[in-house]
Design a protein around this ligand. Sequence first.
Ligand code: FMN
Length: 189
Amino acid sequence: MSDKNVLAILGSPHPNGMTSAMLNQAIRKAKQLGYDVTKINLYEKKLSFCTGCRACMNTHRCVQNDDIQEIVSLLHHCQIVILAAPVYWANVPAPVKNLFDRLLGTVMEETKQFLKPRMRGKKYMILTSCNTPVPFSWLLGQSSRAIRNMDQFFKTAGMKKIGSVVCANAKNKKTLSKHTVKKIDRRLK
Ligand SMILES: Cc1cc2nc3c(=O)[nH]c(=O)nc-3n(C[C@H](O)[C@H](O)[C@H](O)COP(=O)(O)O)c2cc1C
């Protein structure tokens, strides 16, 4: 593997939806910039629920042997994570939340007083879509809360934000607007 690896995660159940279109655009741009991109579809992965056993705090990896093992390896080998997830109840869809839960001890450790990040040096980008139109998507805390929750995971992991892009009013759109495409491309530059 090269030292220019992107892990692109689709956290939407719709491979032909708006969130997926955003991720595909980011992948196109990353490839143009010379990155090797590995794309995974979370809805195709076998991921049991986090049981809250916290063994991962010592093992750095979840002790359940399912597709989380592959995702942890991909995470260790990439420099950039691009997470694309639609807004569900002003938050992320359940499989995305479960991924965060399953990665607890992979991305952080607990010292006596502080949380210590385990993913320093990596970067992340967030792509999200919602049905609420602008500016209400932001003012009513729809996309903003979902992004805040995703930020919480990545920031705790010690990762640096490249940026986030929202596609609001998604139900009335069939394709990405030029504006959204530009925003995605610009963030990755
Ligand atoms: C269970 C569920 C909850 C949703 N909650 C919200 C919400 O809180 N705010 C909002 O603006 N849209 C909400 N939506 C609409 C989705 O954000 C919208 O369908 C999504 O952007 C489409 O992305 P996709 O094309 O990847 O499926 C929800 C949709 C579902 C299925």
